[in-house]
Design a protein around this ligand. Structure first.
Ligand SMILES: Cc1ncc(COP(=O)(O)O)c(C=O)c1O
Length: 432
């Protein structure tokens, strides 16, 4: 698929989607796909959700943008609602800054931590394997040194420790220099890595002892994805700062940084800002998204369908283990099975998933996915893995399209209204 006018930041896509409804996408050749990636944990209510579509259409016809020089009628109520979700149903006593993406939400958190910490106390300790964004600061916070090298020098003040290693964090968290510890409750981009039980509570305690802020990056895990409103609710901790984005507008670009009020108050007018952040159009999508998520009890759905998928995946030949929570799951494949080739094969057969790290397939379907759609996906994965195992055992490089036994597309698409994957759905190790 040629796109000579686009920068080469993504692997060339093999599929171009033009339409989506619920858990289904349709490509430009009219083929239907089951979307088990949701644009990487973004379209949690499925594609073209009627409440979100109606809200955005109505807002587009009323007022799209005014700039933050002026107020708008949505910002305060949406911020108040998010504060209640951070508090798991109770006001959490925080304040919100609206940005346009996950990276920007994290930039806000990093600047806020520096402002709160004061001059000289500006370091951020994060974890190896983490992903926090592509801006220069969030790239440095991202614990993947290979991604740093081409862009050096990066802003200073970032250190990394092994994820889940409390002793390493204890050694790195010098309270005279460190403003914040920044962690994902589950590391999504490095393959849905769950920390050891008790880790987040222990980190909270360490931060309390040393007067260091605990910043949790819930960009991927937040908004019901893991079966609670935020993944840290599983652990019973109270972070000082929480960042979110992806699912917040069900696909409308928006991010948010929530902070405990006394921390948030470190910012004074002029410290931070955004032209588009918190504009009425994006907020109309957020309001419809979080209202709908509450109405349908999205966390419960994530727990129920997640349990079904977890059990189903574990029973498939070629899956060594399953990890994750709710509907953010990874199937860890048997040795020698190429996860990148497997997701390419799945796409050819009508299922969208991705391979965030070697030997790992990530599933993050919309939270409205049905039991039947989960069964369909499990069937497709089982068939693809059988082809992969056969290819491995034959010593073949990859199973790929058109191999013996490949399911005809018409069969996959039966009963589908629309389905599909994003360009980076099959880009191994990449994220937007
Ligand atoms: C945990 C986490 N933080 C931050 C980001 C960056 O978000 P964005 O791509 O919206 O800037 C991502 C994106 O994958 C993410 O998974």
């Amino acid at each position: 698929m040629q796109a000579p006018h686009l920068m080469t930041t993504y692997k060339p896509p093999t599929v171009r989607f033009v339409e989506g409804h619920g858990c289904r996408l349709v490509d430009d050749a009219g083929r239907s796909y089951l979307d088990f990636l949701s644009g990487i944990a973004v379209t949690s209510l499925g594609h073209a959700h009627p409440a979100v579509a109606a809200a955005v259409a109505a807002q587009a016809a009323r007022l799209v943008h005014v700039s933050n020089l002026f107020g708008n009628e949505l910002a305060e109520p949406v911020a108040e609602h998010l504060d209640r979700l951070v508090g798991d149903g109770e006001p959490a006593g925080g304040k919100v800054f609206f940005a346009n993406s996950g990276a920007e939400a994290n930039e806000c958190a990093i600047k806020l931590a520096r402002r709160f910490g004061g001059r000289g106390r500006h370091e951020v300790v994060s974890a190896y394997g983490s992903f926090h964004g592509r801006t220069l600061a969030t790239l440095h916070a991202t614990g993947q040194p290979s991604k740093h090298e081409p862009f050096a020098p990066l802003p200073e003040g970032f250190r990394h420790v092994a994820y889940g290693d409390l002793a390493a964090l204890r050694a790195a968290a010098d309270p005279t220099r460190v403003a914040a510890v920044l962690l994902e409750p589950i590391e999504g981009e490095s393959g849905v890595v769950v920390p050891p039980p008790g880790y987040l509570e222990a980190v909270r305690q360490l931060c309390d002892e040393r007067g260091i802020l605990l910043v949790l990056d819930e960009v991927q895990t937040g908004l019901a994805r893991t079966g609670r409103w935020f993944a840290f609710h599983h652990d019973g901790v109270r972070p000082d700062v929480v960042t979110m984005a992806k699912a917040l507008g069900n696909g409308m670009p928006i991010g948010a940084c929530w902070a405990r009020a006394d921390v948030a108050d470190a910012f004074v007018p002029g410290d931070h800002g955004s032209t588009f952040g918190g504009q009425p159009l994006a907020l109309s999508a957020v309001r419809a998204t979080i209202d709908t998520m509450e109405q349908i009890d999205a966390p419960r759905r994530a727990r129920e369908r997640g349990a079904q998928l977890e059990v189903g995946l574990a029973a498939i030949d070629g899956v060594r283990s399953v990890r994750g929570r709710g509907l953010l799951l990874a199937a860890v494949l048997d040795d020698g099975v190429d996860a990148g080739a497997l997701v390419d094969d799945l796409l050819v057969h009508g299922l969208v998933a991705n391979a965030p790290s070697a030997g790992v397939v990530r599933l993050a379907p919309p939270l409205v996915v049905t039991g039947q759609e989960c069964d369909e996906a499990l069937g497709l994965i089982s068939a693809a893995l059988a082809r992969s195992l056969a290819a491995r055992d034959r010593g073949a490089a990859r199973p790929g399209a058109g191999v013996e036994g490949a399911t005809p597309r018409g069969v996959v698409a039966q009963g589908a209204t629309a389905e599909g994957a994003t360009q980076d759905a099959t880009t191994k190790g990449a994220t937007t």
